[in-house]
Write a protein that binds this ligand. Structure first.
Ligand SMILES: [Zn+2]
Length: 622
């Protein structure tokens, strides 16, 4: 579906970006703006800036930026349409979905999601009603999965055939190429199409808002040369590391209980959910990623990891623990008796027994120390030192110093270790880490300037002075002042601008001005669909600078509007002069190369005209 531009703007104008960001991020007032810790990258000092005045946000660390829609899209990992709907809901505006708009101009993303939804329904129907589905039904029966649970998670079965889904897709007019993109259909080297999930149990993977974005398929019978699990490839609707399986089903309970249980497999999660333990998410397939931790941290800071109690399980968990610690999560580790997994355990012993296991979960450091002790590592000085070093690595990731100290004390006491020894080791690691941080900060600076360079011209030789003034004018277009925009639109034309990005921005703002549309930055940015340009704009207009700041100091007591106007005129004047000076330079070069005096006189006339033009500009822009 599409939403009319007018509606999109109406909703945006009714929303205050601050109200949409502040519930999620603690913001502090600084000058005209608000700042806070960026939710899109890991940082200790705030570089995430929100401007209520301009209705935009920008992070100077990772360059995320845009208006309220961009924030909701990136934060909730949802599509543009969904973001508009979400904002509309919160500001109390109803969006009518007209039938005609639904088929025409449907976004690529929406059409892919529709295919996934149709496929999920088809797989579910196979599982429940088809003759061939019997083996799959038996599988779920053996795993004690009830019909209601199958429906809740939309579980399904892909018939063991070459073209069962393909035929279904043809019948329903589903785009086959898009189905290939989504990994529902495969293509042999000879170009023959085939059902990708053929013969597999299907686990639809939902976005946090409950849309089917991908599928996981588990093989039902042991087949040679076939992987046990098959996952959809990444697509524009699915980024592997950004999704937690089961989150859409678990998020309410996670919030309510302020705790999330992290398990490894689909079936673990589904069995627990069926048993009434619903605050569960699964990593499934990949190692836990930073994005997943970030996603989870929106719902709770308390995580219980549930994994195999063997050395391999421990090792796998360590990486997850580190990522969780960096986000300041409280981590506990629960382990099940040898030979049990969450699925089997809850089926054999029930909900209460499982909850006891969760309640007995140990702090991660305690757990690991315990584990090392059982292995006898603390018996020998050499292995003991090595073990302590291992223990302190994750501790060093905790930002809160008090928490760190407390942890060390507890561990030292409990395991009879020398506190000093532990602290020494921690100090060494922290010193090393500080160095890494400095290097990272430096690297960020470099990439930051690259972001800007990539959008500004490289080919044309344009004097830096012109570019600087031009950037200043672009900034001024977003000050929300009609007078300022009018001046710039009147005095600048496309040919003067140095880059395609600036031309795009200029034209969009000019269009808005000519249509008497809203000129706040948040509204203007919406007109410019290019995400890279949006980020560029939010970056330059929220820069520490600012234009008017400096001028206000020079012109105390004058209104902001007046100061802006003066500054705009001054900048325009300098900009236009700079262009004329450029042309003058060309004339001088020509004159030097001119053969006869007649030619020289002609050029001198041109130069005189240029000077007159400069004077006129100065007068006009006084
Ligand atoms: Zn950031």
């Amino acid at each position: 579906m599409t939403i009319p531009e007018q509606k999109i703007e109406e909703v945006r104008a009714a929303a205050n970006i601050y109200d949409f960001i502040s519930p999620h991020i603690s913001l502090k007032k600084r000058g005209r703006n608000y700042i806070g810790l960026c939710p899109f990258h890991n940082e200790k000092t705030p570089s995430f800036t929100v401007s209520e005045e301009k209705q935009i946000f920008h992070c100077f660390g990772c360059h995320a930026g845009g208006n309220v829609y961009r924030f909701i899209m990136d934060y909730q990992k949802i599509s543009f349409i969904e973001a508009v709907q979400e904002v509309a809901k919160q500001v109390g505006i109803t969006i009518e979905v007209s039938e005609t708009e639904q088929t025409e101009g449907q976004s690529e993303q929406e059409s892919l999601l529709d295919i996934n939804t149709a496929a999920a329904k088809y797989f579910l129907d196979n599982l429940l009603n088809s003759h061939e589905g019997e083996t799959a039904r038996q599988y779920f029966e053996r795993r004690k999965i009830k019909l209601q649970t199958i429906r809740t998670f939309g579980l399904g079965y892909a018939l063991p055939a070459w073209e069962a889904f393909i035929n279904f897709a043809r019948e329903k007019n589903i785009d086959l190429n898009k189905s290939v993109q989504l990994g529902l259909i495969g293509k042999t080297n000879e170009g023959r199409l085939y059902d990708k999930f053929s013969g597999r149990i299907i686990f639809p993977i939902f976005s946090s808002t409950g849309r089917v974005i991908a599928f996981g398929g588990r093989i039902l019978e042991n087949r040679e040369n076939a992987a046990k699990y098959l996952n959809s490839p990444e697509s524009i609707v699915y980024t592997k590391g950004r999704v937690l399986y089961g989150l859409s089903h678990a998020k309410d309970d996670i919030r309510k209980l302020d705790k999330a249980i992290l398990v490894e497999g689909y079936m673990d999660l589904i069995s627990l959910h069926q048993a009434g333990i619903k605050n569960v998410v699964a990593v499934s397939g990949t190692a836990l990623t930073e994005e997943q931790v970030q996603l989870l941290s929106r719902y709770t800071k308390n995580v219980v990891l549930l994994f195999d109690a063997d050395a391999a399980g421990m090792k796998a968990a360590m990486r997850s623990i580190e990522l969780l610690l960096q986000r300041d999560m409280e981590i506990k580790i629960a382990s099940l008796p040898v030979g049990e997994d969450p699925d089997s355990y809850v089926n054999n012993f029930g909900k209460q027994a499982f909850e006891e296991i969760i309640n007995r979960a140990q702090n991660f450091l305690e757990y690991q120390t315990d584990y090392f002790q059982k292995q006898g590592l603390f018996n020998e000085p050499a292995t003991s030192a090595e073990a302590i070093r291992e223990l302190m690595k994750p501790v060093a990731l905790i930002n809160d110093e008090l928490k760190r100290t407390l942890l060390i004390k507890t561990i030292a006491k409990k395991f009879n270790l020398r506190e000093m020894l532990i602290e020494d080791e921690l100090r060494k690691i922290l010193a090393g880490q500080h160095k890494v941080e400095l290097i990272e900060a430096k690297r960020r600076e470099v990439t930051e300037s690259k972001v800007l360079d990539s959008i500004l011209p490289a080919e044309k030789k344009i004097p830096q002075q012109i570019i600087n003034l031009e950037v200043e004018l672009i900034k001024l277009l977003f000050e929300g002042s009609e007078k300022t925009v009018e001046l710039i639109v009147h005095h600048v034309n496309e040919e003067m601008l140095s880059s395609d990005a600036h031309i795009t921005i200029f034209n969009h703002v000019a269009d808005a001005y000519n249509a008497s549309a809203d000129l706040t930055a948040g509204a203007l940015i919406e007109r410019i669909k290019d995400e890279k340009i949006q980020r560029y704009i939010s970056n330059i207009i929220l820069e520490k600078y600012t234009v008017s700041k400096i001028w206000e100091e020079f012109h105390p007591g004058e209104s902001r509007e007046k100061i802006l106007e003066k500054y705009t005129k001054d900048t325009l004047c300098k900009y236009k002069h700079a262009h004329l000076d450029e042309r003058a330079n060309e004339y001088y070069t020509e004159m030097e190369n001119a053969g006869n005096d007649e030619k020289k006189i002609d050029i001198m006339k041109l130069l005189r005209d240029l000077n007159k033009e400069k004077q006129l500009i100065s007068e006009e822009l006084r």
